[in-house]
Ligand binder design. Sequence first.
Ligand code: SF4
Length: 224
Amino acid sequence: MIYRLTKSKFIRGLQCEKALYLDVYKPQLAYYPPETLERFRKGRDFEAKVKSLFPNAVDVSRQLGRQIGKYPELTATLLAQSGEVNLYEAGFVHNEVLVLADVVHKDADGNIAVYEIKNSLSVKDVFRRDVNIQHYVISHCIEKLSSFSIIYNDGNDEPLYEELLDDAREAEPLIAKQVERMKEVLQGMEPSAEPGEQCSAPYECPYLRYCNGKVATQLELAEF
Ligand code: SF4
């Protein structure tokens, strides 16, 4: 399966087009401080706890590992099975955008519910954008999408749910435009952007050291 954008790159691109470009062409320049890595680890712990609420699931990432491009095909095969199906890290691709859904549940009637898990005490705007890009892709891949929820943390590591399917449907025209814009960015030269407010919201950008001139580019290193 051919894809040029992923969910995380799309979210990065909404924050800053230069960051999107770097994510695709110079990811080796990213720097994540220890506290960010610790936050990722806690997020994975909460995610694992929530996933255990969906038993007998096939974990597509365990089946295929780094062969991300093969996730959509295996996902489609598994969802074509009769009866209930639970999947972790199910892959979908549409219009060269690949997304992996934390949990997909198909009931015996073929209705499909998708769940995005966030270790957060509230549903932030960036999580809604996360669901919107996933919905943009997944709704083109399956017919009976009946629910799309965020699962977040009540403060005691127990899950709370918020249904976002209607909002995601409404956002689809905007998402389609944003996807096309990001593809244009990736066909061009590295965008110029000076560090500013966009570097810390909604996430700390991992390229701040590079943009502040503290990291030599590959090209500069090659000249030594
Ligand atoms: S550090 Fe700031 S300017 Fe540089 S890529 Fe990241 S968001 Fe863009």
